[in-house]
Design a protein around this ligand. Structure first.
Ligand code: FUL
Length: 483
């Protein structure tokens, strides 16, 4: 009795609060088109995480092993997954995805379904398990843990026959069932032998997907065409300037039957499925460590260009930092990661719009619940929205004083769909008494960052020039990156 009275009171309180938040009346905009699942939204908010390519190739200067390598080749002298996790954490990354099995078929865990694994290697007398160590290290450092498992297997005797599908499913069950929560399952489309007209595997994608979801119901399955996140169409880390988190997937498959690189790079404006993009790129020329690339680690300038073209173009950034032959993140790479982090922090630490007066051309129902001030409140779930029939409008920004800046950040509230197709940023020119264009863009999505040369102004205007449904924005920022 007492409990139900309390809960009635509580619910009453909560609904009163909600009513006042939503302006006691103006209903929120209805969702437009496909929208992200809760798992997709949480994943998108991760923005930046590490890829770790590690295995026999680490020791052989190869990118694609042929599966005939002696398992003893795999012998890291000082494996330290906590060092990987500490590095990723300090770099501002939110997780680590490990190549649990690459195309050579070598399993970094002692799989019962293969004879080409850590168990057959001399590393730790066959008693080691990289997945166990990395998953524990990720948990200790508050990072998410993910796995790459190559469907293409150049070692397994059943590869190329229907029996392999069940073998692969069994391996997935081990990897996803025995190491705690896994945030992403990375499936690549390589079926290299098929490209040379050799043995070809017909994948049972249905079996593969159901096996994955059975073990990890809220996982994100990545491939060229999802089902939860898509490849960006290149391995340079560059998402399109236009990047819709929507895709038409019917009839497509990972690999040779995938949509064109152009479509993967920009999405489909009216795509039927919510399919956000992830950009994968390596900090070195290859995916695996090689001493030969020690002098070729990407510069901070390269990494910043990648960041602005991935996270700044509505895509998550999966940056590969390959552990070396000791089994540690090499000092050259970790130093670069820290310099990159510093560059980002010094840019985004201070939002020059703080304290600015904002004025929107339209506010939904003239209701304070959708007021433009929500763009600066750092609350993901509060937003500015317009009336349903408004697809073009403006937001004026009066800064307390003139500022010099070169980055503009804006976010759409994607839980209600992706809408904006064209926008621009202008500054007020007192001499000509007119608005002058600074930069323009097409899509916004979860996050869009415009980069331009230094501009000094005290009055700006965001122009929404086109939107498929009423625009809904939840964050906005103006920054100055060191030049
Ligand atoms: C590709 C693979 O062939 C590369 O070796 C690498 O793992 C990359 C991330 O995916 O499909």
């Amino acid at each position: 009795m007492r409990k139900s009275f309390l809960s009635t009171l509580l619910c009453g309180g909560v609904s009163l609060l909600m009513a006042s938040c939503s302006g006691a009346g103006t209903p929120p905009p209805p969702p437009y088109g496909p929208v992200p699942t809760k798992a997709q939204l949480n994943w998108q908010k991760m923005e930046y995480y590490m890829f770790a390519h590690f295995g026999p190739n680490t020791f052989t200067d190869k990118e694609w092993g042929d599966g005939k390598e002696d398992p003893n080749v795999f012998n890291p002298t000082a494996l330290d997954c906590r060092q990987w996790a500490a590095t990723a954490k300090a770099a501002g990354m939110k997780g680590i995805i490990l190549t649990a099995k690459h195309h050579d078929g070598f399993c970094l865990w002692p799989s019962r379904y293969s004879t080409h694994t850590v168990r057959q290697s001399r590393w730790r007398n066959g008693k080691g398990d990289v997945l166990k160590e990395l998953s524990e290290a990720c948990r200790a450092y508050g990072l998410a843990f993910g796995v790459y498992l190559s469907p293409w297997d150049r070692n397994h005797p059943t590869y190329g026959t229907p029996a392999y599908n069940q073998v692969f499913a069994n391996m997935l069950s081990e990897v996803l069932g025995n190491y705690g929560p896994v945030f992403e399952q990375w499936l690549d489309g390589a079926n290299g032998d098929a490209q040379k007209g050799q043995m070809r595997q017909v994948y049972d994608w249905n079996l593969i997907h159901t096996t994955i979801y059975k073990k990890q119901p809220s996982i994100i399955i990545f491939s060229d065409v999802g089902p939860d996140a898509r490849w960006i169409g290149n391995e340079r880390g560059f998402a399109g300037q236009t990047n819709w988190s929507r895709l038409d997937t019917a009839g497509y498959e990972p690999g040779l039957k995938a949509p064109t690189a152009y479509i993967l790079n920009s999405g489909n404006v009216l795509g039927k499925v919510w399919m956000p993009a992830e950009a994968d790129v390596s900090i070195r020329p290859g995916w695996f460590y090689s001493p030969e690339t020690d002098t070729l680690v990407k510069s901070v300038k390269d990494l910043l260009a990648i960041y602005y073209a991935s996270v700044g173009h509505n895509a998550n950034l999966l940056l590969n930092v390959p552990p070396d032959r000791e089994g540690r993140i090499n000092p050259i790479d970790s130093l670069r990661l820290m310099q990159f982090r510093q560059a980002l922090d010094s840019t985004f630490a201070h939002n020059l719009l703080n304290g600015a007066r904002l004025k929107a051309g339209n506010t939904r129902g003239n209701d304070p619940a959708y007021d433009v001030r929500h763009l600066l409140d750092n609350n993901y779930d509060s937003y500015w929205a317009t009336d349903n029939d408004i697809h073009e409008t403006t937001i004026e920004m009066d800064l307390p004083k003139a500022e010099t800046f070169n980055r503009f950040l804006v976010q759409e509230y994607i839980p209600l769909g992706q809408r904006v197709s064209s926008f621009s940023l202008e500054k007020w020119d007192a001499e000509t008494s007119g608005w002058e264009l600074i930069a323009s863009g097409t899509t916004i999505g979860y996050k869009r960052i415009l980069c331009f040369r230094n501009v000094t102004a005290d009055k700006l205007r965001l122009n929404i020039r086109g939107s498929l449904a009423c625009p809904i924005l939840n964050e906005m920022g103006l920054y100055r990156a060191p030049e």
